[in-house]
Design a protein around this ligand. Structure first.
Ligand SMILES: [Fe+2]
Ligand SMILES: [Fe+2]
Length: 195
């Protein structure tokens, strides 16, 4: 029911529609100019928030592992894990395109941070294979947290294009939260003590 509900509510959108490509230009490797902090229109707070949120989206393989191991690849769960992973990947794609095209942050530092972050990966503090209910509880809060964080980052960027992009991402995160919230509610009905 919840996979079908999600698929009926999710709206198709395309990362390229949210990026101001005409602000872009080549970097030195292709005869242009490399990044200089002067080029960024983002405040220090906006930069920090963008980088943090993007690195979190980049860490998708770790999160995919967590839910693929603790949910299931079968039936509706398998459909959900694949669909959720594809939607989350879109968030990292559009945010990186925006930041590189607008020169919002240092692309070299961003790539170095991505390499470190993804190489280390994410491990649940409770350990791997913690089971369905622990993972569902975690992601219910985590999806809400990302919704709030993307929304607030959009405001602090002080750029209508960034705000529009991050509102679009936040709408996805809200649907993810609703999916997991419904599963959490069902778990409280079916197995209240365990939940
Ligand atoms: Fe996301
Ligand atoms: Fe999400």
């Amino acid at each position: 029911d919840n996979v079908n509900r999600h698929l009926s509510m999710a709206r198709e959108w395309h990362p390229h529609d949210y990026v101001p490509w005409d602000e872009g230009r080549n970097f030195a490797e292709l005869g242009g100019v490399d990044y200089d902090p002067e080029q960024s229109k983002l405040s220090e707070v906006a930069k920090a928030a963008m980088i943090t949120n993007l690195l979190t989206e980049d860490n998708l393989p770790s999160y995919h592992r967590e839910i693929a191991e603790n949910f299931s690849q079968d039936g509706a769960w398998g459909t959900w894990v694949g669909r959720w992973t594809a939607e989350e990947n879109r968030h990292g794609i559009v945010m990186r395109d925006y930041l590189v095209v607008t020169r919002g942050v240092d692309p070299v530092a961003l790539e170095q941070a991505r390499m470190i972050h993804m190489t280390n990966g994410f491990a649940s503090p409770a350990g791997s294979q913690t089971g369905l209910l622990h993972s569902v509880a975690y992601v219910t809060f985590q999806e809400l947290a990302t919704r709030v964080s993307h929304r607030n980052t959009g405001k602090v960027c002080d750029d209508p294009i960034a705000d529009r992009m991050l509102q679009r991402i936040a709408a996805d995160e809200n649907l993810h939260m609703m999916f997991y919230r419904n599963i959490s509610a069902a778990a409280l009905d079916i197995a209240p003590d365990q939940t």
